[in-house]
Design a protein around this ligand. Structure first.
Ligand code: NAD
Length: 253
């Protein structure tokens, strides 16, 4: 079965790089119009250029997902640009911790929770009324395998991603009868700037990261994009409230 999309417009946050950029490109390749949101304007514009170079349609909208006024304005600009919103991929996230739980700072806690949890909540808060008004849609939030189990030396990050799954499941049930599906994607280690910052400086860490996955390698951004598109497509019409691990088998061990 090929993926079909009844909707026409997708919004991706954190789309200036990594998983978000790859997913924005994948939506565009399926013929959807894409709102590319990020607080990194240069990276966001570069994503739009790549989409347009491939013959697709996209608009960059600058937004810091931790600020409610900016998130509200983002949704207004999506509607101004494209008249509707069918799919939202709430993906902007950060990982800045490097130590054990007792070594974390209050500033780190607030920063990680601000982007990863409050950002996802604010996005859904301002997307759901648009989807309700149109009679449905699909939302995918980026959690992590760190949202499904322990993540030593990344406890704040793990807590933030468990919270994303809690938000996802609760929203899925609240809006299940309104034709709004809400799922989360849970990547293991994926080759992005975030991964390179955390692992690649030290070759031993990079080797360890590959070995954590039964398939023997870290994941590719396109492999997460494919899962997100599946969760949005018409074929996933009976799938809601799920936290889908895309992890090279790592959570199956
Ligand atoms: P990345 O750092 O390459 O991209 C993250 C993007 O989010 C960047 O473009 C950044 O500018 C944007 N962003 C950060 N804070 C923002 C804010 N306040 N407002 C708007 N945009 C903001 O990272 P990535 O690896 O592509 O990560 C994407 C998502 O995937 C994150 O939620 C991350 O936690 C999750 N994730 C990544 C991995 C991995 O191994 N790379 C694994 C599991 C989950």
């Amino acid at each position: 079965m090929s993926m079909t999309f009844s909707g026409q417009v997708a919004l991706v946050t954190g789309a200036a790089a990594g998983i978000g950029r790859a997913t924005a490109l994948a939506f565009a390749a399926e013929g959807l119009k894409v709102a590319v949101a990020d607080f990194d304007a240069a990276g966001g514009e570069a994503t739009v250029e790549q989409i347009r170079a491939g013959g697709g349609e996209a608009t960059f909208i600058r937004c810091d997902v931790t600020k409610e006024a900016e998130v509200k304005a983002l949704m207004e600009r999506v509607i101004a640009a494209y008249g509707r919103l069918d799919y939202a991929f709430n993906n902007a996230g950060i990982e800045i911790e490097k130590g054990k739980l007792t070594e974390g700072s209050e500033a780190e806690f607030d920063a990680i929770m601000g982007v990863n949890v409050k950002g996802v909540w604010l996005c859904m808060k301002h997307q759901i009324p648009l989807l309700l008004a149109q009679g449905g849609g699909a939302i995918v939030n980026t959690a992590s395998v760190a949202g499904l189990g322990a993540a030593p030396k990344m406890s704040i990050y793990a807590a933030s991603k468990h919270a994303v799954i809690g938000l996802t499941k609760s929203a899925a049930i609240e809006y299940a009868k309104k034709k709004i599906r809400v799922n989360a994607v849970c990547p293991a280690v994926i080759d992005t700037d975030m991964f390179r910052r955390a692992y690649q400086a030290d070759p031993k860490k990079a080797e360890f990261a590959a070995a954590m996955h039964p398939v023997g390698r870290v994941g590719k951004v396109e492999e997460i994009a494919a899962a997100v598109l599946y969760l949005c497509c018409d074929g996933a019409s009976f799938t809601t409230g799920q936290a889908l691990a895309v992890d090279g088998g790592s959570t199956a061990i």
